[in-house]
Write a protein that binds this ligand. Structure first.
Ligand code: ZN
Length: 263
């Protein structure tokens, strides 16, 4: 239990760091230079202002210096990263141990890298409406490399790799087509590239589930935001977070969802 809590807060700390990196790169600021400051009054923050989740809860979502409301995005991202790391540890103990020796290290490492890459991409798109292409490239290289290693150890079939490639191209092509038809309003420039990564990652036929869920959940959230008056009809919301969510659900429950849809 102690280990799980420790892992959770380690993940949350990574999430907190990611928040800073993403916000600074979107704002075009230096990554490392400068200490963290209050978003409202610019006062330099103390270490106890920056404890993941706990500072937010303890000061009830307000800054300690000037008592202004803080964005809920930071604790949400910290929570997501903490959960990712705990999931990784739990699944690692139950599942990854079955792998043969070199995969014992490579397999959990791959899934941690994939999880972190996808979460950062989703967060950056949600914050700034940009798909971070360097991370998408890292993701593609890591998926392809991982599959080649699995194949070398007789744990992966080439035909599955071919199908996954086609799934990625199909998903990307579909979004690129939508982008063309809507003259760039329906879909961001980077979305097809993210779609390619996700398609190659989840493979065939799970990519169908991933795309379907992304569109359904994206539409529902869009309608809710318009209903709440947070968005206007015809305005866009970043699609990347929904694509990542759809792919994650497809990885976990893809087969069950396909069986359900086919009756
Ligand atoms: Zn302040």
């Amino acid at each position: 239990m102690g280990l799980l809590i420790l892992t959770f807060f380690f993940g949350a700390a990574v999430g907190s760091f990611v928040n800073v990196l993403v916000e600074r790169s979107i704002a075009g600021k230096d990554w490392i230079k400068g200490r963290s400051k209050c978003d409202h009054c610019g006062k330099t923050l103390a270490w106890y202002d920056m404890i993941p989740l706990l500072s937010y809860l303890f000061y009830q979502g307000k800054s300690r210096c000037c008592h202004k409301r803080l964005s809920w995005r930071h604790p949400l991202v910290e929570l997501l990263f903490g959960t990712l790391f705990v999931w990784w540890l739990l699944v690692g103990f139950m599942f990854f141990r079955l792998a043969v020796t070199p995969l014992l290290v490579i397999q959990p490492l791959f899934w941690l890298i994939t999880g972190v890459v996808l979460l950062i991409v989703a967060v950056a798109d949600a914050y700034g409406g940009v798909i971070l292409m360097p991370l998408v490239k890292i993701g593609v290289v890591s998926v392809v490399g991982y599959r080649i290693i699995l194949w070398l150890f007789g744990q992966y079939q080439l035909v599955d790799g071919g199908l996954a490639l086609l799934a990625g191209l199909g998903y990307a092509g579909f979004l690129a087509g939508l982008r063309y038809l809507t003259k760039g309003r329906g879909m961001g420039e980077g979305d097809p590239y993210l779609a390619f990564l996700l398609g190659v990652l989840v493979g065939w036929p799970r990519t169908l589930v991933a795309a379907l869920l992304a569109f359904v959940v994206g539409a529902i959230v869009g309608i809710i935001l318009i209903g709440l008056g947070k968005k206007k009809m015809g305005s866009t919301i970043p699609f990347g977070p929904f694509m990542v969510l759809g792919a994650t659900l497809a990885l976990w429950w893809g087969e069950a969802i396909i069986r359900f849809l086919l009756g």
